[in-house]
Ligand binder design. Sequence first.
Ligand SMILES: N[C@@H](CCC(=O)N[C@@H](CSC=O)C(=O)NCC(=O)O)C(=O)O
Length: 301
Amino acid sequence: MSFKIKEEIRSAGGKLLKVIHTSKATGTPMDVNLYLPKQYYDGSGKGKIPSLYFLSGLTCTPNNASEKAFWQREADKYGFAMVFPDTSPRGPDVPTDPQGGWDFGVGAGFYVNATQPPYNTNFNMYQYVHSELPTALTEFFNSGTRPTGVGSVDFLENISITGHSMGGFGAVAGFLKNLNKYKSCSAFAPIIDPTTTPWGIKAFTGYLGEDKSAWKQYDPCELINNVPYVPGKEILIHYGTNDQWKELYLKPENFMKLVPQSPWAKHINVKMVEGFDHSYYFVSTFVPEHAEFHAKHLGLI
Ligand SMILES: N[C@@H](CCC(=O)N[C@@H](CSC=O)C(=O)NCC(=O)O)C(=O)O
């Protein structure tokens, strides 16, 4: 797999790297941003530097969260790296929404493996994010062309996952389906009931087909009942009460009704925060709390 560093930008105490690499899962070049914290450059961390994967929402590239979520200072504070994958494959041959919408196709891969043509050739974002990318980054950082620095980053084992909106959905579903991979999970305003809400219905129909039984494998409302609790694992979620998408598109109350009866009852903490909307003003406000939560699970504090 070939990696090229397009840009290296000084940010906080470390650097944000804009990287492009080939992907077998998507069959396209993929952009990914990495934040390497100060510990990568000065060697002050203890052991390998863990990673936190941030899955972004509809319409995003890796740049939205890199520029507006303010993870960098938190990553320096605790000593973890950030990985900001793209939200879909892109390119002239990649099919997108025939209706021209921004909620399906390019910029809206939903972190599932599509089974339906024409999307099933490129839209394998589940495979990309949870398997191919961590392995590819590990190989890149063990190669002679790794980014200059003295630290060693763990992209594969001591890792956690988080995300916003569509990415919050991707983080929660991906975590519950890969409890052996991730130490912890958090989400900002996730699309938590995708099978009954418009963005999820459109995406699942297009990528997975009309048969709703195929949707269940990615549905957090199903997974919390079907996946046995594993000691030590926890999920932290925030929603703003003033989120413009909450009532129709996110439906947190549907999920919150199911949590108390599920094996995950005491291990999922959904916090409603007064007055916040869906934007990165909301996300960046609660990033410090999520960073501390993940730092504990990654053994950094
Ligand atoms: N472009 C749309 C708005 C789309 C939008 O709000 N996207 C959110 C994620 S929504 C769920 O996945 C987002 O993160 N946007 C990028 C940002 O930088 O804020 C419109 O025009 O309404």
